[in-house]
Design a protein around this ligand. Structure first.
Ligand SMILES: Cc1cc2nc3c(=O)[nH]c(=O)nc-3n(C[C@H](O)[C@H](O)[C@H](O)COP(=O)(O)OP(=O)(O)OC[C@H]3O[C@@H](n4cnc5c(N)ncnc54)[C@H](O)[C@@H]3O)c2cc1C
Length: 218
């Protein structure tokens, strides 16, 4: 059993609070299934929201990229950051326009990131990122060489102030609308992955790895 996150002023779900979740299992599962997150930060009072790849290891979220990235450089200075991850699970069609919705699982994390300086920590974080996207890939692909490693900025954001919000189930129509001749229900939504397409340099006899041949998440 893992302890729940403590809701704070910044992470307490106020609208439809029954949808708020603070348990690590829910928060971690959303972070792990999502391929990308959106990172929000302000520079001179101007908010920016930037999409980026993330990966979780325990209660740490990693980001990586070019040292030239403004987002990574500024976050590495320890400025406040807010991260969102959202998975859409269904289109909720109600009998009234008002009660239309979506089924979703989303997470918000607030905090401050730090820049990893130690090469071993950076290598571990990069492996976590690769493995979160394609488990098994880091055993196949060549690892970062010293030049690539020093040319990659890696940030770690502690996941200790976090919330999840989850909607599931059918539409919540008003009683008096249930008699209407209108179809209502849920259209399930899922992320579909196609058949892997090798590039022009794949050698004869090198097969698509199993972890890509039937790729799925969640
Ligand atoms: C799916 C996905 C995954 C990505 N993964 C990574 C990653 O792991 N690491 C990484 O470093 N970068 C990643 N990026 C790119 C990232 O979104 C930024 O473009 C990148 O960090 C470069 O930042 P910058 O310093 O040039 O931009 P900034 O100087 O931060 O941005 C300047 C302006 O450029 C525009 N801009 C920047 N990025 C975008 C964008 N993505 N879409 C539209 N406008 C934009 C905005 O107007 C922004 O205000 C990813 C992008 C996508 C869509």
């Amino acid at each position: 059993m893992t302890a729940d996150f403590e809701p704070t002023d910044r992470t307490t779900v106020k609208r439809l609070p029954e949808r708020g979740r603070y348990d690590r299992e829910t928060v971690h599962a959303v972070l792990d299934e999502a391929l990308i997150c959106h990172v929000a930060f302000a520079i001179d009072g101007q908010p920016f929201v930037i999409p980026t790849i993330h990966a979780r290891d325990g209660d740490t979220l990693y980001f990586h990229g070019s040292p030239a990235s403004r987002m990574l450089r500024r976050l590495g200075e320890g400025i406040p950051v807010c991260v969102n991850v959202t998975l859409v699970d269904g289109l909720v069609m109600a009998r009234s326009v008002f009660h239309h919705s979506m089924n979703y699982r989303s997470v918000v994390i607030v905090g401050e990131a730090t820049r990893l300086e130690d090469d071993d920590e950076k290598l571990n974080a990069l492996e976590v990122i690769v493995e979160r996207v394609a488990p098994g890939r880091s055993a196949d692909a060549r690892g970062p060489n010293p030049k690539e490693l020093s040319g990659t900025l890696v940030l770690a954001l502690p996941i200790d102030e976090a919330s999840a919000k989850v909607r599931t189930g059918p539409p919540g129509d008003d009683e008096e609308d249930l008699d209407l001749d209108v179809w209502a229900g849920v259209v399930p939504v899922s992320l579909a992955f196609g058949r892997p397409e090798g590039d022009a340099y794949v050698k004869p006899g090198v097969a698509v790895p199993d972890y890509l041949a039937d790729y799925r998440r969640g």
